[in-house]
Design a protein. Sequence first.
Length: 120
Amino acid sequence: MHASQFIAQLIRAFEDHVDDKSTMSKILECAEDQEFGTERSRELFSEVRDKTIAAERSENTQSIEQLFFEEACAKALFNFGRPAAAYDPDAQFWIVPLALRLCKHLDLPIEHVTNLAFKD
């Protein structure tokens, strides 16, 4: 399974548990369309980052946890295209830890993520 498919599975697992699904839906579309290293995937990260900054200013902890997860997903999707100006090269390695943190803030069991990460 390509990492983008795993990202799509995680997004689907969380989307019914969050209030703001707008950028999650866009990340899912990018992952499913394999929009790697494109302007669309770069703009998606910028949109998520703007929302993260706003959430940090309002101290909305649940939104911040969701948006940190979304940022890692958006960065990874962009980086999968191997662009010259890639985001942090370790972005994809933050997806699972941030997904686990999001589980905690949504009061979901960690199996919500681990069952996807470690299934056959």
